[in-house]
Design a protein around this ligand. Structure first.
Ligand SMILES: *[C@@H]1O[C@H](CO)[C@@H](O)[C@H](O)[C@H]1NC(C)=O
Ligand SMILES: *[C@@H]1O[C@H](CO)[C@@H](O)[C@H](O)[C@H]1NC(C)=O
Ligand SMILES: *[C@@H]1O[C@H](CO)[C@@H](O)[C@H](O)[C@H]1NC(C)=O
Ligand SMILES: *[C@@H]1O[C@H](CO)[C@@H](O)[C@H](O)[C@H]1NC(C)=O
Ligand SMILES: *[C@@H]1O[C@H](CO)[C@@H](O)[C@H](O)[C@H]1NC(C)=O
Length: 483
């Protein structure tokens, strides 16, 4: 979403690191999990051995796993989840599906804060001044900045930001002058990536996670989606561990620890998710993180979570992401990267799952994106039960909206299947899973146990609204680009 992405400048560092990272770090989260599983199995075996030795052995210390997987998994917090969106000015849907605004959600969170606010962010341009524009719709972003400033004067506000985006940021200078604590994370040095994560943690109790940057355009000129979870300290504490990792790396001269100290470890992952009530419906929930080198023990990597969510679907996989491209697009040389592409083709064939992909098209879309999407869309023949379909979503602009730089685009990043709601911060190309920092909320729910809808059913309704809208065009062999 920003000009001057740091990638070009880091090509040589990248090449050196990649050899290592590909072989070693790529599946580290998986290995960490495997070793936890091994510990558990050992503990169980030992426990069995000891207990068969009779009562006297009950005094012997039974080795326990490094962290209590089975015990800590249930959370009784009265968690409530709210799906929130930014709908760009002028976009009108012929649909009853509507969600509260991200702007409102941010104001609520600021209003709730009593002791602390931690924000993980890519860059900050909340005012017209930052973008050299004079757009009246910047007001909401400017309001958020003002309120954050007031908050920073009263309680602990910590901000982690991508290093190349911090220096000139007037917003951050302002917040620092009010007392906010700011650390720049040099992902370029650390992994040849960027810090692309967008989340908030309030009072170690409420969280926000989703696609919007700390940018006024994300509230009024760019289409975004996120989730707020209120009154959910179990989940907030776990997201806090991801934040602490950024905070740790934001100290100058820091290297990525291998392994991460155990305080960063988590018990919650795709195999042992947190069990908690979301609006009264029992749900399995975990947070995944990328890149793998930032995953402490127990953490599922974002790629593993994407692949497992797709694999787990029985009926449908609906994906809405800004960009989808099976390439390491910011590497030199660029390389073909097939993990997700292969998985989509696999479920479409093996399980006859219906795959729908709603991808954004705008002036800055990668030229390689459309041919690869056409290739996926060609996996479609109802007679033999192959059903992948792709549509491109275009946010139209008036002449004056066209003047706003890097706006008017569908920037959301989520996936919904017959079981899972997956809400993320990452574009879908290789870089975002291999060296860029991002994170995702994965909610696994069966049917609602109350009168309320599930977040999965709400997310599905958002997808269907957008898919069926006049802003979406099926990609076909004649597609020449929508802009
Ligand atoms: C996400 O993808 C789009 C389209 O390829 C690109 O313009 C944008 O810069 C990407 N975002 C980041 C932060 O790299
Ligand atoms: C909205 O959608 C309904 C149902 O698909 C259709 O009957 C109606 O004509 C549409 N209205 C507009 C303004 O597009
Ligand atoms: C969170 O819990 C507090 C205290 O029980 C309650 O007053 C508040 O309404 C809850 N918030 C939400 C969004 O459910
Ligand atoms: C969702 O939960 C079910 C039941 O616990 C489990 O079998 C399945 O693997 C979970 N799916 C994912 C993608 O985590
Ligand atoms: C959960 O509860 C909140 C607050 O009452 C409500 O705004 C939200 O829409 C509910 N979410 C779901 C998925 O029903």
């Amino acid at each position: 979403m920003k000009t001057g992405l740091p990638y070009e400048r880091v090509v040589d560092v990248q090449r050196r690191r990649e050899e290592y990272s590909r072989a070693h770090m790529y599946y580290r989260c998986g290995l960490a999990l495997a070793s936890v599983a091994t510990l558990l199995v050992l503990a169980v075996i030992l426990q069995n051995l000891l207990s068969t030795r009779g009562p006297s052995s009950s005094q012997s210390p039974v080795p326990s796993p490094r962290f209590p997987l089975a015990r800590a998994q249930t959370c009784s917090d009265p968690c409530r989840v709210v799906l929130v969106e930014s709908i760009p000015e002028g976009l009108v849907f012929n649909s009853s599906t509507a969600n509260p605004a991200i702007y409102q959600a941010w104001l609520n969170l600021i209003g709730e804060a009593r002791s602390s606010l931690d924000i993980a962010s890519y860059y900050w341009t909340l005012t017209n001044k930052d973008t050299s524009t004079h757009d009246p719709t910047a007001h909401q972003g400017e309001d958020v900045l003002k309120r954050l400033g007031e908050l920073a004067g009263k309680l602990s506000v910590r901000i982690a930001v991508n290093a190349q985006q911090d220096k000139s940021a007037a917003d951050l200078k302002l917040l620092a002058s009010y007392g906010a604590d700011i650390r720049s994370v040099n992902m370029q040095e650390l992994t040849s990536g960027i810090l692309h994560t967008k989340f908030w943690i309030v009072d170690k109790k409420h969280i926000f996670i989703g696609s919007p940057n700390m940018d006024w355009r994300s509230l009024t000129q760019v289409k975004e989606l996120g989730a707020v979870v209120y009154n959910c300290s179990c989940l907030a504490e776990d997201l806090g561990k991801i934040f602490e990792a950024y905070w740790f790396l934001g100290q100058s001269g820091q290297q990525i620890p291998t392994p991460w100290p155990s305080s960063f470890s988590t018990a919650y992952n795709k195999d042992t998710p947190l069990q908690l009530p979301l609006n009264g419906t029992q749900s399995s929930v975990y947070l995944s993180s990328s890149p793998p080198s930032l995953c402490a023990e127990g953490r599922t990597s974002d790629l593993q979570s994407v692949l497992s969510v797709i694999q787990d679907a029985d009926e449908f996989v609906y994906i809405a992401v800004m960009s989808y491209i099976p390439i390491m697009e910011y590497s030199q040389p660029k390389r073909y990267w097939t993990e997700i592409d292969t998985q989509l083709r696999r479920v479409a064939y093996d399980k006859q799952v219906k795959v729908r992909m709603l991808i954004s098209h705008w002036a800055h879309s990668q030229p390689f994106m459309v041919p690869f999407l056409k290739s996926l869309a060609s996996i479609h023949d109802p007679k033999i039960k192959l059903d992948i379909q792709v549509r491109l979503f275009v946010v139209p602009s008036t002449p004056s909206q066209k003047q706003i730089p890097y706006a008017r685009v569908n920037h959301n990043k989520y996936m919904v299947t017959d079981k899972i709601a997956y809400i993320s911060t990452s574009n879908w190309s290789g870089d975002y899973f291999v060296n860029t920092a991002g994170s995702s909320l994965v909610v696994n729910q069966t049917a609602s146990q109350t009168q309320e809808p599930t977040v999965q059913s709400q997310l599905r309704a958002v997808f269907e609204r957008d898919w069926d809208s006049s802003y979406s065009t099926p990609i076909d062999h004649n597609f020449q680009g929508a802009i």
